[in-house]
Design a protein around this ligand. Sequence first.
Ligand code: FES
Length: 154
Amino acid sequence: MDCAQSCHQEPCHEHEVVIAPKGLSRRGLLAGFAGVVAAIGLGGFGESALAASKTYTACKTTDVRVGGAKIVTLPGTSTRVVITQPKKGVFKAFSPICTHEGAPLNGISGTSLVCNSHGARFNTTTGAATAGPTRKALKAYKVTISKTSVRVTI
Ligand code: FES
């Protein structure tokens, strides 16, 4: 089909038809498409790659007694985690920040991590809130054991 505009050549890119709402230029259409791509999150691929998880050696298995807990700072970071060993050889890792109002956890009582601010308690195996003003569990992290090292992925 020949160009319906003044040149009558085939194919004609100079006079190609761009379907656009009245008053919207081709440049405006492309800018709009870029906005849609950003809005649906396609621009976030790079961000998710940056947010990839990383594994750290948190402590030695002997640093946490059976039924106990220890708060450690992951090497090379300012991230603190609480490591528990609710049963022999079973290690868990959680955020040491109370899910009520963000106070640091204070200690362990039986099978509970305790926040003294308002009395919240969290299960040392699951991190679930078991008492106090919050029902939200502690953030849990993946734990792996490598020989005698407790490794935490955040
Ligand atoms: S901040 Fe921990 S119970 Fe309120």
